[in-house]
Write a protein that binds this ligand. Structure first.
Ligand code: ADP
Ligand code: MG
Length: 678
């Protein structure tokens, strides 16, 4: 008998090759497979008639094969098969491409279920490349899974079917029986059975509810434990100080939104409970200035600030900006990252512990045990969605015993209120809904690859005016396994430097370069020594070079919408009009067209949510939380509340989850915290 942790290859039909495909979906063992939920179901319980088949969404039609026309060769490698079917009222022409085997297995005079999108005129319906199922009267719902090339929903369903029947231990339910009774939850085994193969709608809803409950329950247990640890502490007490000196450090005036956000934070610093604030603002809205004001205020109160950024490049850039900003003050800014020499690291750590550094900017390196502070009062995390819950915790634990630092989390990703509530509990929110004066929206264009040469001409024109540009590629290097037609940064840079932009300084930046090399390239780009920077997505977040006005993104279809918006945010940061050119064969893509139409990050995020498949529906993973496996869960605020109070009740009686009956919960909760921190 297999168990949940048995390797997936135990299952029939799963050899090394298919196991590899499963690996791509994050499925290694039987337990993973059982928790790989369908993204949708084909509903065979209400088949449509041919006449009533809708045009806008796929449907199932039960129909008999009347005749099959012989194979038609359209061109080399493409052949067409036509099959005429009838539901005894109307006929429908079904076409298949390159489907010799599938079509030959269809028998004339036999009834099948065809699932696809109908088209054609009223008296002549058509359906192209439908899925075909045997006419099984017991088939109510057939699962559709998120796929990868080489795996079909049919294959996955067969493997799941077998897994459900051969796996030992499915009867053991991690949720305590009382809880299941109180919340009317079905057993885990029946939930798994019905999420994959629901017998009817009610069974499906019950299964979803049970599994959603479980996920949210673990999440709430995990967050509850984190929060219990923080709420015992009191804040680093601060007093109001004059900010005039700070405001004289730079030439522009802050936006009203920035002033409000700073006001929110400074008021929080003077309270006895630690601040827990999310600063949300679209790319370019000036979040860094708000953080700088907070750090200044903390320093005047004798407290240190730790500013943590998700990438080396970004951390170093903040370090440079802040060193310059504070150069004529008594505030000293330090930098710490994994790439520093051992000696340099040691020195920074000593200065930090001795209180000679007031603001430390760095990467994950700040989390190391060997890093200690003299008086940590404020923790800022930039673009926080790259950090997990446990990492944030690690940093905040470095404060004085009995004193909890204030926490400011900055993010360009808009989070729905309800989601924020789950992630941060009782956090406060400041929003920068105003752009600095004089910003002009980035003009975004979508072009197909043949137009690229013309676009290069456009870039040259801007370089000639003294401006700078980025070209973003999805890959670092062309490898053996990289799909054809994908631009790689290394090759692209070589080609561009030698051919297209021979008179210009072309730089290259990607994640596999050494940190010192990256810093040098960024510094050269910042100072204008490099005119054109060819890069991978390492430049995605935060990089700030206001003189860069054009960005070209190769293979734009490979990127998520929010990611494209982040990338695009690297231009349009100065007063000069800026452009973003998306290059893609998929000029008809609604996603890519959507991002050309709006510069508003909130709109982009909304669009992204709408178009993104479930699994990471609410972008939880981006916020440092494990992706919930069931989509739509946050629609159900009642369930969120129920799981929250159930979790709190358990934690009250057993804070460490150390009772034997909670051992499975403890394990799952621990997993949740580690994936969240990964
Ligand atoms: P983000 O919110 O994306 O982190 P940044 O803080 O990097 O944005 O700010 C983007 C650019 O705008 C920086 O060059 C910064 O110096 C500048 N900036 C910030 N606030 C203002 C302002 N009020 N007026 C003009 N420029 C500003
Ligand atoms: Mg930023």
């Amino acid at each position: 008998m297999a168990t949940l942790s048995t390797n997936i290859q135990y299952l029939k039909g799963v050899g090394e090759k298919r196991a590899q495909l499963y690996g791509k979906l994050g499925i290694a063992c039987i337990g993973d497979l059982l928790e790989y939920y369908p993204r949708d179901y084909i509903d065979f319980s209400h088949p449509s008639s041919i006449a009533a088949a809708p045009f806008d969404k796929p449907c199932a039609i039960r129909a008999k094969v009347v005749s099959k026309s012989p194979e038609q060769r359209i061109r080399k490698g493409l052949s067409l098969f036509k099959v005429l079917v009838t539901d005894e009222q109307n006929d429908m022409l079904v076409t298949f491409f390159n489907a010799k085997y599938a079509v030959s297995s269809l028998k004339e005079e036999e009834i099948y279920l065809f699932y696809g999108k109908a088209a054609g005129r009223f008296n002549r319906r058509e359906m192209a490349s439908p899925l075909v199922f045997p006419n099984d009267p017991n088939l109510a719902f057939s699962p559709i899974y998120p796929l990868t090339e080489g795996l079909s929903s049919k294959m996955i369903a067969a493997n799941v079917q077998q897994a459900l029947s051969v796996t030992d231990g499915l009867e053991r339910d991690p949720l305590p029986a009382v809880l299941r009774e109180n919340h009317r939850l079905c057993s885990r085994k029946s939930a798994l059975q019905n999420i994959h193969f629901p017998t009817d709608e009610t069974a499906l809803l019950g299964a979803r509810r049970r599994l959603m409950f479980e996920e949210l329950f673990y999440l709430n247990l995990a967050l509850g434990q984190v929060k219990r640890a923080t709420q015992k502490e009191s804040a680093a007490p601060m007093k109001p100080v004059s900010m005039d000196t700070f405001y004289s450090l730079f030439s522009f005036t802050l936006t009203g939104a920035q002033q409000r956000a700073i006001g929110d934070c400074l008021a929080d610093f003077c309270r006895s409970t630690p601040m827990n604030r999310l600063l949300q603002g679209d790319v370019g809205s000036g979040k860094t200035m708000v953080a700088a004001a907070c750090a200044y205020f903390a320093a005047q109160n004798g407290y240190q600030t730790a500013m943590m950024a998700p990438t080396e490049i970004l951390a170093f850039q903040h370090y440079q900006t802040w060193s310059k900003l504070f150069q004529n003050t008594d505030i000293s800014v330090g930098f710490l990252s994994g790439s520093l020499s051992a000696a340099a690291k040691r020195q920074v750590k000593e200065q930090l512990a001795a209180g000679q550094i007031q603001i430390i900017v760095g990467t994950h390196a700040l989390l190391q045990d060997s890093v200690s502070f003299c008086q940590l009062g404020l923790v800022v995390t930039d673009e926080q969605h790259r950090f997990g819950v446990s990492q944030r915790m690690a940093l905040t634990q470095k404060a004085q015993a009995g004193q909890f630092p204030h926490v400011l989390v900055m993010s360009a990703t808009p989070i729905p209120r309800t989601l924020a509530f789950i992630i941060y509990g009782d956090l406060d929110l400041s929003i920068l809904d105003e752009m600095p004066q004089g910003r002009r929206p980035v003009k975004t264009y979508l072009i197909d690859p043949p137009k690229r040469e013309r676009a290069y001409g456009f870039i040259r024109k801007h370089l000639d005016m003294g401006e700078q540009a980025y070209i973003v590629c999805p890959l670092v290097e062309q490898g053996e396994n990289s799909p054809e037609g994908l631009e790689s940064a290394v090759e692209e840079a070589k080609y561009l430097a030698q051919k297209v932009f021979s008179g210009y300084a072309v730089g290259i930046l990607h994640g596999r370069m050494k940190a010192t090399e990256k810093e040098q390239v960024m510094a050269d780009f910042q100072s204008g020594r490099i005119h054109l920077l060819v890069a991978t997505t390492v430049i995605e977040v935060g990089v700030d070079v206001p003189n860069a006005t054009v960005m070209m993104i190769q293979n734009a279809e490979r990127f998520g919408l929010s990611q494209l918006h982040q990338l695009r945010g690297r231009v349009g940061r100065g007063k000069t009009e800026s452009f973003c050119i998306l290059v893609s064969k998929r000029t008809d893509s609604p996603r890519l067209q959507a991002i050309c139409k709006t510069n508003d990050g909130f709109r982009v995020a909304e669009e992204d949510l709408k178009l993104r498949g479930p699994g990471d529906f609410f972008g939880l993973r981006q916020h440092g939380l494990p992706a919930m496996k069931l989509a739509g869960l946050l629609d159900d605020m009642a369930l969120v509340e129920q799981t929250r109070s159930a979790a709190l009740t358990i934690l009250q009686s057993d804070p460490e989850l150390s009772l034997p009956e909670h051992s499975e919960l403890k394990k799952r909760t621990g997993q949740m915290l580690t994936t969240a921190g990964a």
